[in-house]
Design a protein around this ligand. Structure first.
Ligand SMILES: [Zn+2]
Length: 707
C-alpha cells in the first residue's frame, strides 16, 4: 500500500494546473526571476541554481493575474462559444502558474525548509481561492455548457470531444448546474465537511501520537524482543522524559515488533487495544459523533448531485463506475481470503495448544503466532538477501527492464541542472537516440525531505502550437545510505518501491496526448496500474538473475533465496487481504447506506463486519474511528482502489506471461500505447484496448496464494 504518487495530486489539480512552457510577459521589477524567462538549460530543465525562494511568490501572483486575464478574455468574448474560444482557451490558460507550481511542489517535498513551508502556507489559500474563482464562475460555465450541448454538431475529433466532456463534467461535479439555492446548500455542506474532516484527522493524530503509551519498567516484560527494538523503546522513554523505562507507541514501527515478538501476552493485548480503540475512547478526541455527521452530510451531498448516495457520486468517474461493481469485486476477494485466514487461524490455535496455552486465539495474538508460523514454514533473513540488492545493481536492473521492453535508454548527464547535489539526472531516449525526456532520481533521506517514496514531475508532457513539450520526471526515495566501504544495500521491499515509482515516471515520460486536462489523466482506480506492474518484473527469477548480484562477488542470487522471496509474497495473505477488504467494505457500507442517520457507530461497524463474515480474530485494517482514508476525504468510497489496480497490474502482467516471454515486444508495444494514451478514453476502454478483454481477478488471487 504505497501512498506515494503525484499522479493523484495531478489528477485533483488537473482543472487548474497544466504543464508548462514559457511566457515572455514581465515587468522591469521581475528582471532576474527565472520564471519570467525561457529556461536556458539543457532540455529546458528549470535552472535550479538560479531559482531563489524570493522568486516563487511574485511568480505565483503574476501567474494568477495572467490566468485571471485569460479567463476574463474567454467570458467577455462577444462571439458565440466555440471549442477554440472557450474549451481550448481554458485548456491553454495558466501556463506561468503551472510553470511555478511544477517547481515549487516537488521541491517542497524533496528539499524543503522553514522558509519554503512558510511560502507554501501563503500560497495555498491564494491558489484555492483562484481555483474556486475559475471552477465556480457561472459565466464561464454557461459558455462551456453551450459548447457541450452542441458538441456532436461541431465536427470535433474524439480527443476534442472528450476534452469538452471532461470540462463540463468537472464543473458539473463542482455543482455548477445546481440552482442558486442548491449551490448555497452545497457550499454549506462542503464547508462543514472540510472542518469535520480536519477535526477527525486531528483527533486521530492526538490519539496515535499523544494519548497512549505502553510503559515498561520491568526488563522481564521485554522478553522475546531483539536488541534494536529494545534500544528504540529506551530512546522513546528518554524522549518522553521517562529515562530508564521502555516506551512503545502506536506507530507501526514501534507497535508491530512488539505484537510480533513480545512474549508477554497481557502487554500485547494492552498495546493492541490502545491501537484499535483510537478515537473510540469517549474522550475529547472521540470521532463517533463526527462520523455520524460526516455520513449524513455526504449522503445529502450525493443526493444533491443527483445520485442515490455518496458512493455513487464518487465512483461515477472511476473505472468501476458503480458501487455494485466495487461490492462485486471486493466480495470475490473476501471469500477466498477468509477461507485462508480460517486455515491459518486453526494452524495458530494448534501452536497455542501444543505450547500448553489454555486460551483461544484473539486479535492481539495474530502477529505473534503468525510470526511463529512463518518461522515454521520458511525463514527469510533480510541480511542474507540485501547483499544482492545494491542500489547501483537495482537501478541498473530497472533500466535493463525498460530497455528490454521498449528499447529506451537512460544516459546519465552531468550537464543537466539538479535541484540537490544528491539528485542525478538521466536523459531518456528512444533506441534511435531521439529524445523522450529527463528522469531524475534522489535516493537517500535528509533534512528537508519528507518520508516515503514518490514520483513527481517538473514538467508534464504535452504540446504547444503543435510542438512537443518534453516531460521531466523524478522519483524520490528514502533508502538506507552507504556505510563506509559498503554500498547502499536495499531490502527487497525497497527494490520493489523503486520499480514502483519508476512505473509512475514511465507513465509520465510516455504520455503523448494533445490536451492538458485529459493528458495522462486517469481515474483514481487506474493510477497504480503503471507503477505496480513494474514490481512484477523486479521479482521475476529471470530478471533477478540479471541484476540481483552480490555486491562483492558478482555472483547472481541463488535459486534458494529466490524461492524464499516468492514464498514471502504469499505468506499470511488471508489476514492481509482479509483486513484490507474488510476495511474497504466498511468504507462502502457507510457511503451506500439507505439509512444515513447512524444511531451507533460501533453497532454499525459490527453489523457491517458480521454481515460480510469477517472472523472475530481479525479486525478491519482500520476501524471506523481511525479510518482516515475514508473520513478525512482522500479515499472516501475509494479505499478499494489499491486492490482494484492490483487486479489490473496482475492481469496486465499476465498478458506478457501468457506469451511465454515477459519481454514480448507486441505486448510491450500495446502497453506503451496504454501508457501514452491513458487519458484518451474511459479507463476500462483504455484497458480493454490493451488487453482485448476485461481484466480478470485470477492472476491477482493467484499471486496472493488465494487460489
Ligand atoms: Zn504509486
Amino acid at each position: 500500500m504505497r501512498k506515494k504518487n503525484s499522479l493523484i495530486i495531478m489528477l485533483v489539480l488537473a482543472t487548474a494546473l497544466f504543464s508548462c512552457q514559457n511566457q515572455g510577459k514581465q515587468s522591469t521589477t521581475d528582471m532576474g526571476n527565472p520564471f519570467f524567462t525561457e529556461y536556458n538549460t539543457p532540455f529546458q530543465v528549470p535552472p535550479f541554481d538560479l531559482i531563489k525562494l524570493e522568486h516563487f511568490m511574485p511568480a505565483i501572483d503574476e501567474g494568477i493575474l495572467q490566468q485571471e486575464a485569460e479567463i476574463k478574455a474567454i467570458i467577455e468574448n462577444t462571439e458565440e462559444p466555440t471549442f477554440e474560444n472557450t474549451i481550448l482557451a481554458l485548456d491553454n490558460s495558466g501556463e506561468l502558474l503551472t510553470k511555478v507550481n511544477n517547481v515549487f511542489g516537488p521541491l517542497n517535498s524533496a528539499a524543503t525548509n522553514d522558509e519554503m513551508q512558510a511560502i507554501a502556507r501563503e500560497m495555498s489559500p491564494k491558489m484555492t481561492r483562484h481555483r474556486d474563482n475559475i471552477n465556480l464562475n457561472p459565466v464561464l460555465f454557461q459558455r462551456i455548457k453551450a459548447v457541450y450541448e452542441k458538441r456532436n454538431d461541431l465536427g470535433l475529433d474524439a480527443q476534442q470531444l472528450r476534452l469538452v466532456e471532461k470540462y463540463y463534467q468537472d464543473f458539473e461535479r463542482n455543482g455548477a448546474n445546481l440552482s442558486a439555492e442548491d449551490q448555497a446548500k452545497l457550499r454549506a455542506i462542503n464547508e462543514q465537511l472540510s472542518s469535520l474532516q480536519l477535526k477527525f484527522s486531528e483527533n486521530v493524530l492526538a490519539e496515535t501520537n499523544r494519548n497512549f503509551r505502553l510503559v515498561i519498567d520491568n526488563e522481564a516484560d521485554l522478553k522475546g524482543l531483539p536488541a534494536d527494538v529494545i534500544a528504540r523503546a529506551a530512546d522513546q522513554g528518554k524522549k518522553d522524559n521517562m529515562e530508564g523505562k521502555w516506551v512503545f507507541t502506536l506507530d507501526k514501527p514501534s507497535m508491530l515488533p512488539f505484537l510480533q515478538l513480545a512474549e508477554n501476552r497481557e502487554l500485547r493485548e494492552k498495546l493492541y487495544k490502545g491501537y484499535w480503540m483510537r478515537g473510540d475512547n469517549d474522550n475529547d478526541f472521540d470521532n463517533k459523533e463526527i462520523i455520524k455527521q460526516l455520513v449524513k452530510l455526504r449522503d445529502e451531498k450525493g443526493k444533491l448531485m443527483g445520485f442515490n448516495n455518496f458512493a455513487e457520486y464518487v465512483i461515477d468517474v472511476n473505472m468501476a463506475k458503480t458501487p455494485d461493481a466495487v461490492y462485486d469485486f471486493l466480495s470475490r476477494l473476501f471469500t477466498p481470503a477468509m477461507k485462508m485466514a480460517k486455515a491459518d487461524r486453526d494452524a495458530m490455535q494448534k501452536i497455542i495448544n501444543a505450547e500448553g496455552g489454555n486460551f483461544k486465539l484473539a486479535p492481539h495474538d495474530w502477529w505473534y503466532y503468525s510470526e511463529k508460523l512463518r518461522k515454521q514454514k520458511f525463514d527469510l533473513d533480510e541480511n542474507e538477501i540485501k547483499p544482492y540488492f545494491s542500489l547501483e545493481n537495482s537501478l541498473n536492473g530497472m533500466f535493463y527492464v525498460a530497455e528490454k521492453l521498449w528499447g529506451i535508454k537512460f544516459i546519465q548527464r552531468d550537464d543537466i541542472p539538479v535541484y540537490h547535489e544528491e539528485a542525478t539526472a538521466f536523459e531518456v531516449t528512444e533506441a534511435d537516440g531521439s529524445h523522450i525526456g529527463v528522469f531524475f532520481v534522489d535516493f537517500h533521506p535528509r533534512d528537508g525531505k519528507r518520508p516515503g517514496a514518490w514520483c513527481t514531475s517538473f514538467r508534464r508532457a504535452g504540446y504547444r502550437d503543435g510542438q512537443r513539450i518534453y516531460p521531466l520526471s523524478t522519483i524520490v526515495m528514502n533508502f538506507t545510505r552507504p556505510a563506509g566501504d559498503t554500498p547502499a544495500l536495499l531490502s527487497f521491499d525497497e527494490v520493489s518501491t523503486m520499480f514502483h515509482e519508476f512505473g509512475h515516471a514511465l507513465h509520465g515520460l510516455f504520455t503523448d496526448e494533445p490536451y492538458r486536462r485529459t493528458s495522462g489523466s486517469v481515474p483514481r482506480d487506474f493510477v497504480e496500474l503503471p507503477s505496480q506492474i513494474m514490481e512484477h518484473w523486479a521479482a521475476e527469477p529471470e530478471v533477478l538473475k540479471v541484476y540481483a548480484r552480490h555486491y562483492q562477488t558478482g555472483q547472481p542470487i541463488p535459486d534458494e533465496l529466490i524461492a524464499k522471496l516468492e514464498a514471502a509474497g504469499t505468506f499470511d495473505q488471508g489476514f492481509i487481504t482479509g483486513e484490507f477488504v474488510a476495511a474497504a467494505l466498511l468504507d462502502m457500507d457507510y457511503h451506500t447506506t439507505t439509512n444515513p442517520v447512524i444511531a451507533d457507530v460501533r453497532e454499525f461497524e459490527n453489523q457491517s463486519m458480521n454481515k460480510w463474515g469477517l472472523i472475530p480474530e481479525i479486525l478491519p485494517r482500520y476501524r471506523s474511528t481511525y479510518f482516515s482514508h475514508t473520513f478525512t476525504g482522500g479515499y472516501t468510497a475509494g479505499y478499494y482502489v489499491y486492490y482494484w489496480a492490483g487486479v489490473l497490474d496482475a492481469d496486465a502482467f499476465q498478458a506478457f506471461k501468457e506469451t511465454g516471454d515477459i519481454f514480448n515486444q507486441d505486448v510491450a508495444a500495446r502497453f506503451r500505447e496504454l501508457l501514452s494514451r491513458s487519458g484518451s478514453d474511459e479507463g476500462m476502454n483504455v484497458y480493454r484496448k490493451f488487453r482485448g478483454k476485461d481484466p480478470e481477478t485470477t492472476s491477482f488471487l493467484k499471486n496472493k496464494g488465494l487460489l
